[in-house]
Design a protein around this ligand. Structure first.
Ligand code: IMP
Length: 831
């Protein structure tokens, strides 16, 4: 384990010559990097610093990706491939350099080059800034899928927005979250290639003109309003050592015209520039709310902007093939990642009807064969709707088309369900009420040939509850595709020690066939193997401890249990349950100073939406408890509480391999799948979790004895709510819990201020505890006691840890993408 990284890389991965095109290059990566420092960056390359080395390397790597990408694109045309368009308002790729070097087999060359210049890859990667073009799970899933699509050699494109500002950077000041802008492009990014020639005008507002064509058909023409230009920026996604490179096209808003001449001539210089600035605003910033749609006009503009440009791009490529329109769905498939891009359905209808002059039936038939929709949430407040009035104003033609889709759909429903007069209003695309709204999920369901959930339980809930009416109308349309994660980033890249151990014992094929990990089950009784396993974990924990020391200034014991909950802050994810338990532990240790207890380090990370006050209060509570616990001489050898600021993909890569206990404790029935849960278990952490989302499937695969499931299941949550849930009962009957809650409702953690957390106390009691934190409290505490007890039995724990990794092969995004290929996309890999 003490060898230099570069000495053992060859053990880890597939050799280069399996995929590299012969004679592709006769210069080394280092030579090309130096060339770029001089000729692309315009800087002196006779000496290098970290910045120059980083950007030089980026450009040299990019050259190699571009060569492969171009060859791959030509192949798509030559083979007349069917193409996948994956539309997502969010992507969270994480840092690029290490992953791209790994995929392209260039890690050794990079190490050698940097070594020659007294630099290391680690310090270079520290320089890299991470694009935060997403909020959390949904965006990260999109990036995992892009990685798998490239690795499987699929003719696929990601499409999204090139936000100038990604998700805010989180700072913690005096325990509170403070949001700072994330200007990730402040020095540009050579990972993105701007393509000024891929430019489309996108219209907003305006009016719809009706006219009769020569055959007497009523035609429509949308004109006037504002035009904004959508300009392409491509980001490249190399497959793992297969010579395949795909791209994610991110649209950037550009002004349609430089200045409004009339106001410019009138001397209103600032006014005319202002207009240009407001056009660019569309792609300026990512909306920072997770699981809660932003009902703002700009958000709808963003959705239409990227979708309209993407549909244009797809149609542009299709037209090159000179095929009839009915072959559009034979040659393309569009996957909608949530309803954010669902406006693509009326947009394509508009293009086919108004620009290509197809008839309604023909156009609708094409759309229904082309689109597929993935649902990611069942939180009622997160199901997206838009006011009819807003759509009417912003996209007048689309509102007409939505009305017509709805009219025809409801006519069919009335015809087939004559004795259910209530059904049409329940499934209508437009909700009744004082303010009519378009239900985007209904639009997506009606306009797609496939609707999928992202874990077994989630899909079942969609069928049983959320979209129950639609199951009867479209019985074949619904299916499940349990989420997955890419083993390249979430094991090979983030956990080099364990990857090495795995490749030594299993060979390196696990990197592209994660089911190979099941062979680890044969090694659990091998004492030496278990010892090596534990050493790998300890190495990772020490690395994390160093980071915590450096960033938070707190020393943590790497032999303590690292218990981690990192994810967005949301009441349903129940970070509160976690901190309530920590407070009770704290009380117990103070009461029994001689307690024999395994030291524990509780680590939190995650951002709260800036407008979500309760989530921010919970962050503040955690930080206040941390301050008290970490400074208490009675407890600090047993208990540490750490909040790591600005949780992002890079921080996840540091945390995941160092975690002993993974907290996945959402109220059952609320988390659609989760993918964090998969990352931790894959790296050998044991999960404490509710029977929610993919936790259930993880349990089935790692085995009951190797996961700590607790608390109410989804049906019990519903039943308790129906019976009438009274959190006061739990308060009255559990003295330990009562003590904890009373502390929160006092100035114990905020001396002199006894109301700092009254919002939390009230929500849990008078507010009815909507996420049933108190109902699950006792089961959670008892399960933690078991964990603490079992952790001490190192043989037992390490066996369980190995069994977790061994059971996680199913959760590879390669498997998930293959299921999408077979069940939805009908695509052929082109490798
Ligand atoms: P696009 O598909 O038009 O976006 O072009 C992407 C890349 O595909 C181009 O840079 C070419 O390398 C390749 N390409 C574009 N059009 C054709 C074609 O008609 N035949 C073969 N290759 C093409």
């Amino acid at each position: 384990m003490s060898k230099d990284v570069k000495d053992y890389l060859h053990l880890l991965d597939k050799p280069l010559d399996e995929f590299e095109a012969p004679g592709a290059r006769n210069s080394t990566l280092g030579e090309d990097a130096l060339w770029h420092v001089l000729y692309s960056l315009g800087q002196d390359n006779t000496y290098l610093n970290k910045r120059k080395a980083y950007w030089g390397l980026v450009l040299a790597v990019r050259d190699r990706m571009l060569e492969k990408w171009t060859a791959v694109q030509r192949k798509y045309y030559a083979n007349d491939d069917k193409r996948l368009y994956y539309l997502s308002l969010e992507f969270l790729p994480g840092k690029f350099l290490r992953g791209n070097l790994l995929a392209l087999g260039l890690e050794n060359e990079a190490h050698e080059f940097l070594h020659e210049h007294d630099l290391s890859l680690d310090e270079i990667v520290d320089e890299e800034c991470e694009p935060g073009l997403g909020n959390g799970g949904l965006g990260r899933l999109a990036s995992c899928y892009m990685d798998s699509m490239a690795t499987l050699g699929l003719p696929a494109y990601g499409y999204g927005i090139r936000y100038s500002y990604g998700l805010f950077r989180q700072e913690i000041r005096n325990g509170h979250q403070v949001e700072q802008p994330d200007n990730w492009l402040h020095e540009g990014s050579h990972w993105l290639i701007p393509r000024p020639h891929n430019l489309f005008p996108i219209r907003f507002y305006g009016t719809v003109n009706e006219w009769l064509d020569d055959d007497g058909m009523l035609r429509h023409d949308w004109r006037g309003g504002d035009l904004v230009m959508a300009m392409a920026n491509d980001m490249y996604v190399p497959g793992y050592r297969n010579g395949h490179v795909n791209s994610i096209r991110l649209w950037e808003a550009r002004p349609h015209k430089e200045f409004v001449l009339s106001s410019f001539n009138a001397g209103d210089y600032i006014g005319s520039v202002q207009e240009k600035i407001s056009d660019e605003n569309i792609s300026m910033v990512l909306y920072p709310s997770d699981d809660a749609p932003e009902g703002k006009t700009l958000r709808l503009k963003q959705q239409y902007f990227f979708v309209a440009a993407t549909m244009r791009d797809m149609v542009r490529r299709f037209k090159k093939l000179n095929k009839p329109w009915d072959q559009l769905p034979e040659k393309n498939v569009v996957q909608l990642n949530e309803t954010h891009p669902a406006i693509a359905i009326p947009e394509l209808m508009r293009m086919l009807l108004d620009e290509e002059l197809l008839g309604w039936e023909e156009a609708w038939c094409i759309c229904q064969k082309l689109f597929a929709y993935t649902n990611h949430t069942i939180l009622p407040e997160a199901l997206e709707t838009w006011p009819v009035k807003l759509i009417e104003r912003l996209l007048p033609r689309h509102m007409q088309i939505i009305y017509e889709i709805n009219r025809r759909f409801l006519e069919e429903v009335r015809l087939h369900f004559r004795d259910e007069p209530e059904l049409p209003s329940r499934v209508s695309l437009i909700s009744a009420g004082p303010e009519q709204r378009v239900r985007m999920s209904h639009l997506a369901i009606v306009g797609s040939f496939s609707v999928n959930g992202v874990s077994s339980l989630h899909t079942q809930i969609l069928k049983d509850r959320v979209f129950h009416d639609f199951i009867r109308i479209f019985p074949d349309r619904f299916n499940n595709k349990t989420n997955g994660i890419t083993p390249r980033r979430w094991l090979r890249q983030c956990n080099v020690p364990l990857s090495w151990l795995l490749s030594e014992h299993l060979g390196c094929n696990w990197i592209t066939d994660l089911t190979q990990l099941k062979k680890l089950r044969e090694l659990v009784d091998d004492v030496e193997f278990r010892h090596d396993w534990e050493q790998c974990r300890l190495t990772n924990k020490k690395r994390l401890a160093d980071y915590i020391e450096k960033v938070n200034g707190i020393t943590v014991n790497p032999h303590s249990i690292f218990d981690v909950q990192v994810k967005r802050f949301h009441e349903y994810k129940r970070q509160l349950l976690n901190i309530l338990h920590i407070i009770s532990l704290y009380n117990n240790i103070r009461r029994n100073p001689d307690v024999k207890m395994q030291p524990c380090t509780f680590i939190f990370g995650g951002k709260a939406a800036p407008s979500y006050q309760m989530a921010k209060d919970i962050i503040y509570l955690i930080n206040c408890v941390a301050r008290r616990v970490n400074s208490d001489p009675h407890t600090r050898n047993f208990l540490k509480v750490i909040f790591l600021a600005n949780y992002n993909v890079s921080l996840a890569q540091l945390l995941v391999p160092a975690t002993d206990v993974s907290e996945q404790i959402s109220t059952a029935g609320y988390e659609a799948s989760g993918t964090g849960n998969m990352k931790f278990a894959l790296n050998g952490a044991l999960t404490i979790g509710t029977r929610d989302g993919a936790n259930i499937e993880i349990g089935e695969r790692v085995g009951d004895g190797n996961i700590y499931l607790f608390g109410l299941c989804e049906k019990e949550v519903l039943a308790l709510r129906r019976r009438g849930y009274d959190p006061w009962e739990f308060y009255k009957n559990d003295s330990e819990l009562r003590e904890v809650l009373d502390m929160i409702n006092s100035d114990q953690f905020t001396p002199g201020d006894s109301t700092a957390f009254s919002s939390i106390f009230n929500s849990l009691l008078t507010g009815g505890d909507p996420f049933m934190v108190l109902a699950d409290y006792r089961a959670y505490v008892e399960t933690h006691k078991r964990i603490s007890h079992e952790y001490v039995d190192r043989d037992l724990w390490i066996k369980k840890s190995i069994m977790n990794t061994a059971g996680m092969g199913y959760f590879s995004s390669d498997r998930a993408v293959k299921e999408y290929i077979d069940g939805i996309w009908s695509l052929e890999p082109d490798v």
